[in-house]
Ligand binder design. Structure first.
Ligand SMILES: [Zn+2]
Length: 264
């Protein structure tokens, strides 16, 4: 009985995640073009046919239609089911980390919701930056807001650690940009500052480390495959966001393991 309940609960959580991220697809698509999210119905970007509820079921519509528009058969970007799947997986991870389905606590549910909120904002930032090489101030403010709220839920990171976290990565990056113009984008620096409030300075260092390793790995592979040129700029935001998700889910465990490894 318990198992059945857990399975139903996790399916519900996964579907919830895909529905929310299905809306984020619209935000990612429309925000850089300054289109309204709320106004205007969804339409096929190819034939402009209005999409109906049955065409908009997260993941399933794409799967059942074989990745093609029902009306004009134009291929629909894999981006849509990809973002929806990320939403489902993020929702599952956040709940699995903080909520016992049989004995949920208020703090646990709020923690899971806050982490899911952070996953949502980070996903929007990652894809918009990937597409446009821009991180909006508005989305960085949403990350900062999440960081401030987290101080009331995750009290093992003190306000002082969070304040240091705000500057620990962003300030050195800012100074580096003064020396070498264009080393990092302003949006990246502000994102590190905002995330520093959420993570505190210790996890921020881990965040920076992962961002450089994953982003650097991507650049090296691009150079090797000759799809990128030396000195060619690429969006750093997606790698900061991927790293932030890793640190959010497992950062403390990684840090504990590493410090234990060093004998602290
Ligand atoms: Zn169409």
């Amino acid at each position: 009985m318990e198992t059945v309940f857990n399975v139903v609960w996790y399916i519900f959580v996964f579907v919830f995640g895909t529905i929310i991220f299905s809306f984020l697809n619209v935000v990612i698509y429309r925000a850089p073009q300054k289109l309204s999210f709320a106004k205007g119905r969804s339409f096929c970007p190819h034939c402009k046919h209005t999409l109906h509820a049955v065409d908009l079921v997260p993941l399933f519509s794409w799967l059942f239609l074989g990745g093609k528009c029902r009306y004009c058969k134009a291929p629909i970007s894999k981006r849509y089911p990809l973002v929806e799947s990320i939403g489902g997986i993020c929702a599952l991870l956040c709940c699995w980390k903080y909520v016992d389905p049989l004995y949920p606590t208020v703090t646990g549910v709020l923690s899971a919701l806050l982490c899911f909120y952070m996953c949502s904002v980070l996903t929007v930032i990652a894809f918009i930056d990937w597409d446009t090489m821009t991180i909006f101030d508005s989305t960085n403010v949403m990350v900062l807001l999440g960081g401030i709220l987290s101080a009331f839920l995750f009290k093992d990171i003190t306000w002082v650690e969070r304040l240091i976290g705000f500057f620990s990565i962003s300030l050195p990056m800012y100074l580096l940009v003064l020396v070498k113009e264009g080393a990092f984008g302003g949006g990246d620096i502000k994102l590190f500052a905002a995330l520093g409030v959420f993570f505190g300075w210790k996890l921020s260092i881990l965040l920076f480390f992962f961002s450089v390793v994953i982003g650097g790995g991507y650049a090296v592979i691009g150079l090797a495959k000759k799809t990128k040129k030396r000195d060619e700029h690429f969006a750093f935001g997606p790698f900061i966001c991927i790293s932030a998700l890793i640190v959010m889910m497992a950062g403390q465990q990684i840090l504990d393991w590493y410090l234990g490894f060093l004998g602290f």
